[in-house]
Ligand binder design. Structure first.
Ligand SMILES: [Zn+2]
Length: 267
């Protein structure tokens, strides 16, 4: 076990729990070391200085001692900023929690992967906090993370004839899109609307740092949610507990759409 002293990094607080009488274990997704658990002493003592920096869904700059395998330590916190809307809104909170849980599973012990993805995760939370549709932002992450699970569906064109000018559907059996002419090959294709498929193609390639608004019809969102659930369940083979709550939300409530602006992504 190595300890790297006096490291400066940014991080997003994922969760925390009490430890002994006055201390806490705080889980942080860090920009430079992946997910780390920090032992923070004296949190529940009067006069504790970094209260704002260890609340879940806070982004801050930290200085600390990083352990490769054991507990790490925080020695200073600055520029703590809370994702206020995510903290206060149960729906946004559920989506953000799911993104962080999915990331944890996708990265595993691969800190280099976590470092590579950190800015994207941070941007996803930023956009959700700004009021962009959380289901769409989450779908972007789900689509783009498929490759981390060794699943790389062909989303550019039909897997059989390489055409992209007919209505398309998604086939798990064929590992990607089938055009209408080849639909008969897979009766268990997902039966998505062509509009949903078009949107999936777009989201799989979108750069979250360039998105400022997204407009999607509720029925397309429901279809997209269903498709990604199915793909993660069947092709990836994982089920993140936080997703169950999202599915329940999906059935009862669809959030209002964000306003359209000039660099929007729209269906
Ligand atoms: Zn075809």
């Amino acid at each position: 076990m190595a300890l790297f002293r006096g490291q400066t990094f940014t991080g997003i607080v994922v969760s925390r729990k009490n430890y002994k009488e006055r201390d806490m274990l705080v889980r942080i997704l860090t920009s430079s070391f992946g997910f780390k658990t920090f032992f923070v002493r004296g949190v529940r003592k009067r006069g504790f200085k970094w209260g704002a920096g260890i609340i879940p869904f806070t982004k801050a700059t930290y200085i600390g001692d990083i352990s490769t395998t054991g507990l790490s330590f925080i020695t200073n916190v600055s520029d703590a900023e809370q994702y206020q809307n995510i903290v206060e809104d149960i729906t946004l909170n559920a989506y953000a929690t799911y993104i962080l849980e999915l990331s944890r599973v996708a990265f595993g012990d691969d800190d280099q992967l976590a470092i590579k993805w950190y800015a994207t995760i941070e941007q996803a939370l930023f956009l959700i906090n700004q009021g962009l549709d959380p289901l769409i932002i989450t779908s972007v992450i789900e689509l783009q993370m498929l490759q981390l699970f060794g699943v790389q569906p062909e989303l550019k064109h039909c897997v059989i004839c390489q055409q992209n000018d007919r209505p398309m559907d998604f086939s798990e059996e064929y590992g990607g899109l089938l055009c209408q002419r080849h639909w008969q090959l897979d009766p268990n294709r997902l039966h998505l609307t062509p509009r949903t498929v078009l949107f999936m193609q777009r989201l799989a390639a979108v750069n979250l740092h360039k998105v400022s608004a997204i407009r999607v019809r509720p029925e397309t969102k429901a279809d997209l949610h269903h498709a990604l659930d199915q793909i993660y369940y069947d092709m990836v083979g994982i089920y993140i507990p936080a997703k169950r709550f999202l599915s329940k939300l999906m059935r009862t409530h669809i959030r209002p759409l964000a306003p359209r602006t000039k660099n929007n992504t729209t269906d």
